[in-house]
Write a protein that binds this ligand. Structure first.
Ligand SMILES: [Fe+2]
Ligand SMILES: [Fe+2]
Length: 342
């Protein structure tokens, strides 16, 4: 997060992983003034400007994604209850279990993603105890999203199987980086990484002609997918994915990494989580795990890399190779991808 010193007025970046307590005292690197930082300010919703999408562009995207389907009622009820301070985890768990098909799908995802075949989780309550309520809730949301998009016809030449393989690979890598760096909740970051490119699916469904042009333009000019999106559409998949998730009132720690996964240095909140999803996306691409429609593999941002190295100083190219091998193993050993797209 960005901190502004009330004494000298200078702004500086503070790693949110360092904010272990609700109230933390830090010293201004410019004037050494003592500053009290309150963690709960992280939960306040930034204004539109803070998301760095100009109004004109925002209106253009919002008009185009207006027709997107609404979230299933059960997910809407879960999201409503989350905002109710009196709601208990048990109540929210019981909403998931009230929908049999959602429960089955969520449990399949939980088992595939986290424990393979050996340690089966059989109830939503058990899943909440083991991987945490937020991770279960987010996997339930993912299960719903998979269903929504699966039922929509595809008209462009975008490779959906390659796409989801890339997303699942990035999700497994994110979870491992989160565990190694002790940043964030691995289960939650897994879901954010799983959905990081969801904007591409929206483009694929609602803008098939433009999607074909973006893919052709990128290959023809040997430019990145995101640059090609800017040229053809004037907006990009991280912006579309972010606006979709916000339209659906999904949690902020899920959509901020989606918004900034290509530009982690621009995130002013959840920057360490954004750094993980950013790095995992590039590592999945470097390891040729699936294909996201983008032939250009950028370098991991120095800003993001340094954030991760703060809590895992031995992070290296060797570690990256281990992450790639482990993700490939997890994709093959678990049936997560099958559950997600079949
Ligand atoms: Fe992306
Ligand atoms: Fe990606």
């Amino acid at each position: 997060m960005i901190i502004k010193c009330p004494k000298c007025g200078k702004s500086f970046m503070l790693n949110d992983a360092l904010l272990k307590n609700n109230v933390t005292q830090i010293f201004c690197p410019n004037c050494n003034n003592k500053i009290v930082v309150e963690k709960n300010k992280e939960d306040q919703k930034p204004t539109e400007n803070e998301y760095q999408i100009p109004k004109e562009k925002l209106d253009k995207i919002l008009t185009k994604i207006e027709d997107l389907p609404t979230l299933p009622i059960v997910i809407q009820r879960i999201l409503q209850l989350i905002n109710d301070p009196k709601a208990t985890t048990k109540q929210i768990g019981s909403i998931i279990t009230s929908d049999q098909s959602l429960t089955a799908k969520t449990l399949k995802l939980v088992n595939s993603a986290f424990y393979g075949f050996s340690k089966k989780i059989t109830t939503v309550d058990q899943a909440i105890v083991i991987i945490g309520f937020n991770a279960v809730k987010n996997l339930a949301i993912s299960a719903s999203l998979f269903d929504i998009f699966k039922n929509m016809n595809q008209k462009s030449g975008f490779d959906r199987y390659g796409f989801w393989t890339h997303c699942v690979g990035a999700a497994f890598i994110s979870k491992q980086i989160s565990e190694d760096t002790r940043i964030g909740n691995p289960g939650e970051i897994f879901v954010s990484a799983l959905l990081h490119d969801i904007g591409k699916i929206v483009l694929d469904i609602y803008f098939p002609d433009e999607m074909n042009k973006i893919l052709y333009n990128a290959n023809n000019k040997n430019i990145s997918f995101i640059q090609s999106e800017e040229e053809i559409l004037g907006f990009t998949h991280p912006e579309v994915g972010f606006l979709l998730c916000r339209k659906w009132n999904l949690p902020e720690n899920l959509y901020i990494p989606i918004r900034y996964h290509h530009h982690p240095n621009k995130a002013i909140k959840y920057e360490s989580i954004v750094a993980i999803v950013h790095a995992a996306n590039i590592i999945a691409k470097a390891g040729n795990i699936g294909y996201d429609g983008d032939s250009v593999t950028p370098k991991i941002s120095t800003h993001a890399w340094n954030l991760l190295k703060q809590t895992k100083p031995d992070l290296s190219t060797e570690t990256i190779k281990i992450y790639i091998d482990s993700a490939i193993h997890h994709i093959e050993a678990s049936d997560f991808l099958k559950v997600a797209i079949s």
